[in-house]
Write a protein that binds this ligand. Structure first.
Ligand SMILES: C[S@@+](CC[C@H](N)C(=O)[O-])C[C@H]1O[C@@H](n2cnc3c(N)ncnc32)[C@H](O)[C@@H]1O
Length: 237
């Protein structure tokens, strides 16, 4: 069984280049990511979705927004219309662009940090945000379930690569199984699991929007803190 599993994820080499199809495709996508190509960032879809949701809740007043993977600032500029933005970007060159692209925005604070580490610091400081944007290039698994500790009531925008579009290697397959119970989870299971991860920290999580952007889904969840006793109908003695 182990042998069959490892064969399933083995790259098939290309006869001309000697590189596997996966390696070639990865190189092409990486180039597009480095060049900030719209093809991999989907700015129009993300901006339209965010605006339609944030316009509805802006009655809350000034929002506090955490953007964990800000890139060159496509979304940062949009979020700045709705409140204060804390924007993280790890890549030094991209961070420089982010600073330039947002230099005119008083309510934006950018930090050149590793979000995988920094979000734990925010949790330790008991920070809370109205809106969190989780837009890594890969799977956002490692932020689950603790990302919900950073929202009491608010919105989580989350980018999820489609597992079946990506050619999974054994590491990713194992990681997806750890988080979603199967190496190739369909959308329904991913949503169900994210909702369940919310309950780990007593957050009621509801999907309010999911846009199909080719190789990724861009989702928005409404997050609401609930009292365990009220939610379960169980009284503590
Ligand atoms: C999908 S892009 C973000 C696009 C951006 N949200 C937008 O809409 O324009 C992901 C970004 O995360 C950055 N990144 C990668 N690893 C990171 C990390 N550990 N911490 C913070 N940023 C990281 C990459 O350099 C890249 O710019």
């Amino acid at each position: 069984m182990k042998y069959i599993q490892s064969k399933l994820f083995e790259p098939i080499p290309n006869v001309n280049t000697g590189k596997s199809y996966r390696a070639i495709r990865h190189e092409i996508v990486r180039k597009k990511q480095i060049n900030n190509s719209n093809e991999v960032h989907h700015p129009t879809e993300k901006i339209t979705q965010a605006k339609s949701i944030l316009n509805e809740i802006c009655g809350w007043g000034d929002l506090s927004i955490l953007e964990l993977f800000a890139g060159h600032g496509n979304m940062t500029r949009i979020y700045a219309d709705y409140g204060e933005v804390l924007a993280f970007e790890y890549n030094k060159k991209v961070y420089k662009n982010l600073i330039e692209n947002t230099s005119d925005l008083m309510l934006v604070k950018c930090e050149n940090v590793n979000s995988y580490i920094e979000f734990h610091k925010l949790i330790a400081l008991k920070c809370k945000f109205d809106v969190i944007d989780l837009d890594p290039y890969g799977f956002p698994n490692r932020f689950l379930p603790d990302i919900f500790l950073l929202i009491k009531n608010g919105i989580l925008f989350l980018t999820m690569p489609k597992p079946y579009v990506n050619i999974l290697n054994g590491i990713t397959a194992t990681h997806l199984t750890a988080y979603f119970g199967m190496h190739n989870p369909p959308l329904e299971i991913i949503i169900e699991k994210i909702v369940t991860y919310g309950l780990c920290h007593w957050r009621k999580v509801e999907l309010i929007s999911c846009i199909d952007c080719g190789s990724i889904w861009r989702m928005a969840f409404n997050v609401q803190r609930v009292k365990a006793t009220e939610y379960t109908g169980v009284r503590n003695r």
